[in-house]
Write a protein that binds this ligand. Sequence first.
Ligand code: SAM
Length: 438
Amino acid sequence: MCDELNRILKQRELLFGNQQCWIINKSNISGSGVFTNKSYETGEIIFRDTPIVIGPRSSVLPPACVSCMKMGVPLITCSKGCRLPVCNSECENTISHERECRLLLEFSVKKGEFWSPLLYRALTALRCLLVSDEEKKLIKCLSANKKTNHIEMLFLKKELLKNFSDEEEQFLNLSCAVLSGTAFETELGEGKIKASLRGLYPLAGMMNHSCVPNTQHYFLLENNIQTMYVVATCPIPEGMELTTHYSYLFWPTIIRRHFLFATKQFWCTCNRCGDPTEFDTNLSALECNCGGLILPLCSIDMKSDWKCGSCDEVVPASKLPFAKPLEVLNKSETTSGYKMKYFSIIEKFEQVWSVGHKNTPYEALTDEELENKEKITKELIALNNSLKLGDSRIKGLLSLELYDTFKEKINRNNFIEDEEEIDWVRENAKKILNIAIE
Ligand SMILES: C[S@@+](CC[C@H](N)C(=O)[O-])C[C@H]1O[C@@H](n2cnc3c(N)ncnc32)[C@H](O)[C@@H]1O
């Protein structure tokens, strides 16, 4: 399997002019993974990847033109009867749309006056039928979600009158499972109005998950291809496995692990998940009535007791507020009366993203509010560092917020403790986010 993958991926890479500095090998984390062939510095690009297919996500989201993927423009129904939304006749006549349009017509799309949201949501899976034979082989090598009964198949069957052949049906089912197991979310569009898409990036899709990943990625539209760049977030020695993350990294262990299980069907056992204190950040802790912190005795055993580090109170798993951990995400107070320390972290993030923006622009802030924004932004950057997340995207965004806070302080001639820090923070944001900053 690794040999076949290396061969096809290498050929693909040459097609896009990259130089191979990675290899697919057996992984100690799970199955196969991507390994480096040389060492990398923080911020260095490791590889570029291009999607086998890209298109709408299967969930309910505002639609975009299926050709140019523009959102927020009036959409019309393709006049040839495929019932997909396009924004004008030019988009209706692109080569890529004509191919999928023809395919849909071959399967006899049910008649209808308007474009079909169901076909729109199933389109990315359907596009898998149109890829080259070599790319079909690649799809067959990628990790598939174990779930069956894919919603896209239901949508297609509802909107098409003709049946798929057994071979087509099997490949479509597999494509749905691979999309759900391996696709990356991405956005296309200008300004704030962006279409939410998913793309099957075969090399990046071979990277295993870690809650302390050593890479992050960003997308650039190059020659009309939504290209993914995978970058080192810390120094990576030659031969090391490259890891990415499939869950939000500031969630506490119990939530990350349940999320990974719900979406990708595995229980993560990385170093961070195995450490009840999450590298001394206590991000997972519950606040005890005595003022101490309650932590799991074994953080990778979902049946483990939890214990307060100050008063030694033991909370059995059955009394924990996590009967349904993912529901905890929507509540600030947990049902059993214990508050999660994590909620104070969410509050801080919310403050950082809102103060200085929208209803409270920088000019309207009091000096005290400005100081507070600086303080909590620095706290969150420190938390990023304690969690060993290196030059993560969040650190880049936080650095940008801190830089804007410093700029406002300079405008006001307010005291700045460490003037060199301003340049350092600006350079950090620039480097991590790959953007120009004045
Ligand atoms: C995108 S694939 C990664 C490549 C995969 N290892 C392979 O051999 O095809 C994702 C799947 O790999 C496995 N996986 C990834 N990271 C993992 C981890 N940290 N622990 C356990 N399994 C993991 C899970 O089965 C997951 O659904």
